[in-house]
Design a protein around this ligand. Structure first.
Ligand SMILES: NC(=O)c1ccc[n+]([C@@H]2O[C@H](COP(=O)([O-])OP(=O)(O)OC[C@H]3O[C@@H](n4cnc5c(N)ncnc54)[C@H](O)[C@@H]3O)[C@@H](O)[C@H]2O)c1
Length: 340
């Protein structure tokens, strides 16, 4: 068991990817502590950690809080997944996104340097930093040109990790993830991206909307494959200051992703709709990951074709749907209350 007896800290571990990672680490023999205040408007859900019962400690605090310093000091490995993923939220409330994705991260990495210098820290970065691709597939040398505040703020946090690693204060690895999907993704939080909206509609028998011609490519990554990449990045020594693009095994159009999801869920076939202006403004067109660096250096491979991953995802939600769909509006509008 890879993490037998190791103390691991998972920030954002009540959220979608973080909870899947925390459960996997527990399975690998780790002592797991999750730091997550379940921020309103993000995807955290206490039920995500239910299979662990009381075997995972959930600390309901922000990564920017002093109160978590003793948890940092005790960690052998840190997986840093705390964050806000919504691009639309970041445009509506940029200061909120700055606080979550950058300021809290700055406080956190400084605390790591103070309390646990040199610790391996795996940061969940995003393909959004590349913006509209100049070429696909996108490798790690592609220019960084984000099209929204989320991409800018996530890039700043990425650079905090990289700079502190280059200068010998931390041992950071950054994974730039493409669109991840799977069990435990929030379905009732507005503006979480197309995958959450497709799943919500498919599971409630609604017609999925595809904006524009639907020909934009994506390479969806099943969450277990993302978690495997994280575990390897947390485990393999001598990766100082490396960043890796991590993408799914297939390149599919949004129209194909929608129609496969609808078919597997038994929902009506999707319809095309005009691109809403606020989404069009931050659309990146087609994206495909070049994952060859992580394949070569960490021997990672995505194992789940889209149909397999989506079938597993739908099975999970069919069993637990009431834990992910709050009563009320089945298509919540993009609205957040936050002082600017
Ligand atoms: N889901 C994707 O497709 C995707 C793609 C690329 C990158 N990522 C990155 O992966 C990470 C996890 O994404 P996710 O999809 O699981 O999102 P999520 O919203 O499901 O989970 C994020 C969690 O972070 C928590 N959080 C927010 N601010 C915090 C703070 N200050 N302290 C501690 N916890 C905090 C939230 O409460 C939430 O539970 C994020 O950093 C995101 O940017 C996700």
């Amino acid at each position: 068991m890879l993490f037998e007896g190791r103390n691991v800290l998972v920030t954002g571990g009540a959220g979608f990817i973080g909870s899947n990672l925390a459960l996997r680490l527990l399975h690998e023999g780790a002592r797991v502590t999750v730091v997550d205040p379940l921020v309103t408007g993000c995807g955290g859900n206490e039920f995500n950690l239910a299979p662990a019962e009381s075997r995972i400690e959930l600390v309901r605090a922000s990564i920017g809080d002093k109160a978590i310093e003793e948890r940092i000091a005790a960690a052998d490995v840190i997986f840093n997944l705390a964050g806000e993923i919504s691009h639309i939220h970041s445009m509506l409330l940029p200061e909120r996104d700055l606080e979550i994705n950058t300021l809290a991260q700055l406080r956190f990495v400084q605390a790591c340097v103070r309390c646990r210098p040199g610790v391996r820290i795996v940061y969940a970065g995003t393909r959004q930093v590349y913006g509209v691709p100049e070429r696909i597939p996108v490798d790690e040398t592609h220019p960084v040109n984000p099209v929204d505040f989320n991409g800018v703020h996530k890039y700043a946090a990425t650079q905090y990790h990289m700079m502190l690693s280059r200068t010998g204060h931390l041992d950071a690895v950054v994974l730039r993830l493409t669109n991840v999907y799977g069990p435990r993704m929030a379905l009732d939080v507005p503006c979480q991206g197309f995958m959450s909206a497709f799943l919500r509609k498919a599971l409630t028998g609604q017609t999925l909307d595809v904006f524009g011609d639907g020909l934009q490519l994506r390479d969806p990554l099943y969450v277990d494959d993302a978690v495997e990449a994280m575990c390897l990045a947390g485990w393999i020594p001598e990766l100082k200051s490396r960043s890796y693009n991590v993408g799914g095994p297939e390149s599919l159009s949004l129209a194909t992703i929608a129609s496969l999801t609808a078919r597997l869920a038994g929902a009506p076939q999707p319809v095309r709709r005009e691109f809403p202006a606020e989404r069009k403004a931050i659309d990146i067109g087609s994206y495909q990951t070049d994952s060859s660096r992580i394949k070569r250096e960490l021997d990672w491979r995505p194992r789940f074709p889209f149909e397999t991953g989506m079938s597993r995802t739908l099975d999970y939600y069919r069993e637990h749907l009431e834990r992910y769909l709050a009563a009320g509006d089945p298509n919540p509008p993009c609205k957040l209350d936050h002082p600017q």
